[in-house]
Design a protein around this ligand. Sequence first.
Ligand SMILES: Cc1ncc(Cc2csc(CCOP(=O)(O)OP(=O)(O)O)c2C)c(N)n1
Ligand SMILES: [Mg+2]
Length: 564
Amino acid sequence: MADNTSLTGASLLVDALQANGLNNMYGVVGIPVTDFARLAELKGMKFYGFRREDSAVNAAAAAGFLTGKPGVALTVSAPGFLNGLTALAQATKNCFPLIMISGSSDRHVIDLDRGDYEGIDQYNVAKPFCKAAYRVDRAQDMGLAVARAVRTAVSGRPGGVYLDLPAATVTDTVAQKSDANIYKVVDAAPKQLPSDDAIDRAVELLKNAKHPVILLGKGAAYGRGEDEIRELVDKTKIPFLPMSMAKGVVPDDSPSSAASARSLSLGQADVVLLIGARLNWMLSNGEAPLFREDAKFIQVEIDATEFDSNRKIDAPLQGDIKSVLQKLVPAIEEAGIKAPQDWLDLIAQDSKKNNDKFSARISASEAKPTLGYYSAIEPINDLMQKHPDTYIVSEGANTLDIGRNLIGMQKPRHRLDTGTWGVMGVGLGYAIATAVETGKPVIALEGDSAFGFDGMEMETICRYHLPVTVVIVNNGGIYNGDVNVVPDQLGPTVLSHDAHYGDISKAFGGDSYRVNNYAEMKDALEKAYKSGNPTIIDAQIPASMGKESGHIGNLNPKLDLSAL
Ligand SMILES: Cc1ncc(Cc2csc(CCOP(=O)(O)OP(=O)(O)O)c2C)c(N)n1
Ligand SMILES: [Mg+2]
């Protein structure tokens, strides 16, 4: 490399990323970042080129969730930056750490609105949608810029950071490398421990609880609290419920799981221990009838402003999950706290009733000559029990909801899905990063509409020959494929039902299967898993299957269209 290149902003940016242990970059190149990406590869980084920026930034977000280090994404300016912005906002909402770097225009061109090629004020546009935005205008500031981006992304409540990289900075130089002051951030995410009083307050509440329950959020998975949480559950037998991306923090087949008795366990709980879970829309904002009006809440949360966001928190425990639990669990054990047996019996009874109903639904679906949601997805559950180190990514509505309940997870951070906002189009980007970061097989369980949001990334999966099996449950529509209100129009939710999505995989050298019943689905999944090849499995189900908005239809504003 020419000596002066090593003194450019571009080269110093790569040095600073590598100094902080960041070696993978997910992006879409073009003016003004193409040579920057080439330089990154020449200096030993791995660059993964995508077909669209939101998928690349989603991939970086997934990398952040899985590794605990910020994922790194790269986009071009203006339209590329804006395409990535949704994923940057989604990562911030999910509390996944990532750094999105976008090429941009020089300030003097933007500030005089002189009309640049792809020119917008990205630095200011990004601010409302991420944890912080920084702009680096001088090569000499590169060490500081990356240090701030790394620390901001992972400290406190993790999130997305935007790093604005003007074209001029890419080629700006320093006299010597030391001028850029490149260093590895010291203790980027410092431990935060709760006070002894806070611990005592929580223990006191649990001591007197008749119906305690533990609610695990994706923060418990990200915070790597599984050892402490498993010990807490094993020692106290307090029933737990995982939110979807917390599945596997404690194995779903644990006898203390109350997931099958969700309404009863939450609706009758008198003390709720929230670990890395926010009382937002996914938990009815903490309100009745999901929870008792008189329930008491203990909340383990790193961001103190989250407490009382929706209802009074009686015992706030501020700190990082692991540090809080390393103080809380021994104190609970010392107090000899155990869940009352009558409460456990009540939950076990309700779980058995619901599990029997669920099993009957699965068996009935498997026995049918055609495929349904249950018979299409149950083979994935079977495979997961045999190979628990496989990763699951999922999106859709009914496909997502049924899959969440049907697929048992044994390990933490092995399931990624649409997250807090329920965003479609995350699946393939998440699957790519999961395969890259872990080297393990990934099953992406997709609704047919969801797949359409980022289906072109199948080319990316094939190009890097990743062990990703995409199962598309095709009911020919958003939620279903046969509802339309005007006879001579297709209807807003209808998509192609007789579709051969598998041909998209074949187009790029991947494998494909089209299955119409349980046996064919089982067989295709086994073959795809064993092959390690990029694969699409088209799982055809009737267009009539699927409820509007899956399990969250209650959020739809209802109009009376019958009179029209
Ligand atoms: C970026 C974005 N745009 C639209 C939507 C709204 C939506 C929620 S779920 C969904 C797809 C449901 O159909 P699918 O076929 O995937 O699954 P199934 O129920 O089994 O038929 C859409 C379009 C969201 N959440 N995000
Ligand atoms: Mg569908």
